[in-house]
Write a protein that binds this ligand. Structure first.
Ligand code: ZN
Length: 110
């Protein structure tokens, strides 16, 4: 359905997605932070796994474990932050802004 402005019934609206963007950013930062600890356990896991292949494998395994751990948790944090931000957009900030009268409101899909 198309949302309309509750004040002037205009359908010329823009979505702001402020919370979503902020949430995605925050989530990425938080994800990267916990990604760092995930990277550390990735290092350990990778080093242990790589040890089977010898000293070189241990180093490569540690690097691969760190990169995978950080990437995975960082991406998960970003996605989670975006979802949280979307909730904030819809419930708190008011995600829609009317281009005709400037009224901001939250669009609740009926
Ligand atoms: Zn309006």
């Amino acid at each position: 359905m198309t949302p309309i402005c509750p004040q002037c019934q205009s359908s010329r609206l823009e979505t702001r997605d402020l919370g979503k963007k902020a949430g995605a950013t925050l989530g990425t930062v938080a994800g990267a932070a916990s990604g760092a600890s995930a990277a550390l356990s990735g290092v350990e896991l990778g080093a242990v796994a790589g040890m089977v292949a010898g000293p070189g494998g241990s180093v490569l395994g540690a690097i691969a474990g760190a990169v995978l751990g950080a990437l995975f948790v960082g991406a998960a944090g970003c996605a989670m932050g975006a979802v949280l931000g979307e909730v904030v957009d819809e419930t708190i900030l008011g995600n829609c802004r009317c281009l005709d009268c400037g009224h901001s409101f939250s669009h609740q899909p009926a």
